[in-house]
Design a protein around this ligand. Sequence first.
Ligand code: PMP
Length: 418
Amino acid sequence: MEAIKIKNITKEIKLDINKIRKDFPILHQDVNGKSLVYFDNAATTQKPLVVINGLDDYYKGINANIHRGIHTLAERATASFEATRDSLKTFINAKHREEVIFTRGTTESINLVAATFGRQNIKAGDEILISSMEHHSNIVPWHMLAAEKGAVVKIIPINEQGEIILEEYEKLLSSKTKLVAVVHVSNALGTINPVKTIIELAHKHGAKVLIDGAQSSSHLDIDVQAIGADFFALSGHKMYGPTGIGILYGKKELLEAMPPYQGGGEMIGEVTYTGFTVNELPYKFEAGTPNIADAVALKYAIEYIQSIGKAAIRKHENDLLSYATKSISQLEGIRLIGTAKEKVSILSFVMEGVHHQDLGILLDQNGIAIRTGHHCTQPLMNRLGISGTSRASFALYNTTEEIDIFIEGMKKASKMLR
Ligand code: PMP
């Protein structure tokens, strides 16, 4: 990959977006006869060439099963796979590399915690707190666990801006609270939650905290030790990496005390016809052949982000969000959904009198990809009294020119649909 120059003029960090865009081949195509404008980054980000080539190189020169082989390819594959674990350890500032467990992504990471820590520690009458803005993957596993155990899921309320009401959260905490599971950044609203405070308050009551980092990992610096998270989940595909790979971070002492998740190869120490012993961390939670190729390629995505720097990415994305928020607010009949003080580059809105799906289809006809619907946050949509929103979400390769095209598309759609 070519080095990306970051001009550091005192406070201003400017990215060379044209150069960055060249790293993403998918962006340079026409969709429905128009240059693609990709604003569906909260669903998944596009992949830079280093990641695509990383996958290609892996299958052309490295591919073998890991950990058990003694031949050269097996050693190469193992080293590459484990190198990504080291990168991820640094990326989230975990204390130990064995605290980084490979999973399919955030959804599997949360299910893992529910099925192991949850089953082991949560009993009838215990309470699990989640916020009003959780993604279904941080709701349903807790409903499943609560139904199995006779536990109770309680909901932390939010205000009209889409921010957690901390005083109400504090009122919900008690000795019955065993787990708090909260999203770091809301995929539907863009809100950045004060996770450090949320965790500190939970810990005062002896509750453990899981942070859903699916949306924060590409935008914010992640420091699991600084925020004090007990568990942290992320997905590679939301941070310029491949689909089907992600991690669960867990504090070592918690992971050590938890039973294994799935049974199979790799997670065992010894197996007999009458039983088995469990392997050490992190392998205890990595049964079967993992998604080696995508794990290997994820390292290139991390290096790509690090080569640009989260501060520069954040600055650029914040500029895009401000520009888009200002531009869209000048259109008639637009209601922004999610106006928290602390936000990432997610712009959710309702166009009054227009169904979000119709708007999405019309924009797509103009080559503009946004997401419409409930964004896997049905309870949040119900809480807000809407059936869904239209959502434009920006990444480091997006530009203000694209926002102008999007606004023009919105004007056109508004004329046609209203
Ligand atoms: N949580 C949030 C906040 C998300 O945005 C998503 C993905 N939309 C998930 C969890 C689930 O992530 P994945 O589908 O990668 O497991």
